[in-house]
Design a binder for this molecule. Structure first.
Ligand SMILES: [Zn+2]
Length: 233
C-alpha cells in the first residue's frame, strides 16, 4: 500500500474509487464499486415466484416475448435502487456492466445472436450521459460474446415517465413509441432485448412487438431488476 501525503489523498480517492456506491463502506480487494454485502442483500427472482409467473403469463398472452430472464427484485433502499438514481457515468459503467455479467452467466445456455438494449429517450440520455441498459447489455455480451446493437431500435417520440401509470395507461403511453432502424440486422435473428428494471413489462413488450413485425425470429426479454408485485396486484 502506497501512503500519500495528506494533501494527495483526495486525488488518490478520486482516481481509485474505494467506496461502495450504495452503502459507502470501504471496498475490499477484488470488490468493484459495490461491496459484497450489498450484492448479497439483493433478493433473487425464482421461477416459481408469484411476480415472475405473472410476468411470464403476461408475455405469453402478448405473444411477442418468447422467454424471460431476470436477476433480482427491485426493492426500496437496496442496491438496485441506486440504478434509478443519477449515477455518474463511471459508476453506471462498472455497476451496469457487472449486472450484465451476472445476467449473462444466467442466460449463457440460451441461443442468442444479438443483444438490443431498450433505448432511452435522447433527451434523458443527454441529461444523464448514458443509457444504463446499454451497459448491462455490454456486460452480457462479455459473457456470451454476441454483438450489442444499440441503434437497431429507436424511440420515435417522447413518452411521459411511467412511474405513476397503471398497466393499461402504460400500454397506451408506449404504443408506437419505437421503430426498428435496421430491419436487416434483426430479421430472422434470435434477439435478447435488455432493460434495466422491468415493472409491468409494457415497454419491453412494445419493443418486442416492433422487432417481431420486422421478422425477428425469437425475442428473449432480459432485465437486471424486476419490480415485485403484491399478491393482490
Ligand atoms: Zn455496499
Amino acid at each position: 500500500m502506497i501512503s500519500y501525503p495528506s494533501i494527495l489523498q483526495p486525488i488518490h480517492d478520486f482516481l481509485f474509487v474505494t467506496e461502495c456506491l450504495h452503502c459507502g463502506v470501504r471496498l475490499n480487494n477484488g470488490e468493484q464499486r459495490v461491496c459484497n454485502n450489498c450484492w448479497n442483500a439483493l433478493s433473487i427472482v425464482r421461477e416459481n415466484d408469484y411476480t415472475f409467473k405473472v410476468l411470464i403469463d403476461r408475455f405469453r398472452e402478448g405473444r411477442v416475448i418468447d422467454d424471460f430472464v431476470t436477476l433480482f427484485y427491485f426493492e426500496k433502499g437496496k442496491l438496485l435502487q441506486t440504478l434509478a438514481h443519477s449515477l455518474k457515468y463511471e459508476e453506471v459503467a462498472t455497476f451496469g456492466f457487472e449486472l450484465g455479467v451476472r445476467l449473462g452467466k444466467k442466460i449463457s445456455n440460451k441461443t442468442i445472436e444479438c443483444i438490443i438494449p431498450v433505448p432511452l429517450n435522447k433527451r434523458k440520455e443527454r441529461e444523464r450521459g448514458y443509457n444504463q441498459s446499454e451497459w448491462i447489455a455490454k456486460g452480457i455480451a462479455s459473457v456470451i460474446t454476441v454483438p450489442v446493437l444499440s441503434n437497431a431500435v429507436r424511440r420515435t417520440r417522447y413518452t411521459v415517465t411511467q412511474t405513476h401509470l397503471n398497466a393499461e395507461e402504460r400500454k397506451k403511453n408506449i404504443a408506437d413509441a419505437f421503430e426498428v432502424t435496421n430491419a436487416d440486422a434483426v430479421s430472422r435473428k434470435n434477439i435478447l432485448l435488455v432493460d434495466d428494471i422491468i415493472t409491468t413489462g409494457s415497454t419491453i413488450q412494445e419493443i418486442a412487438r416492433v422487432l417481431k413485425n420486422a421478422k425477428a425470429a425469437r425475442v428473449i426479454a432480459g432485465s437486471a431488476g424486476l419490480a415485485k408485485l403484491g399478491e393482490d396486484a
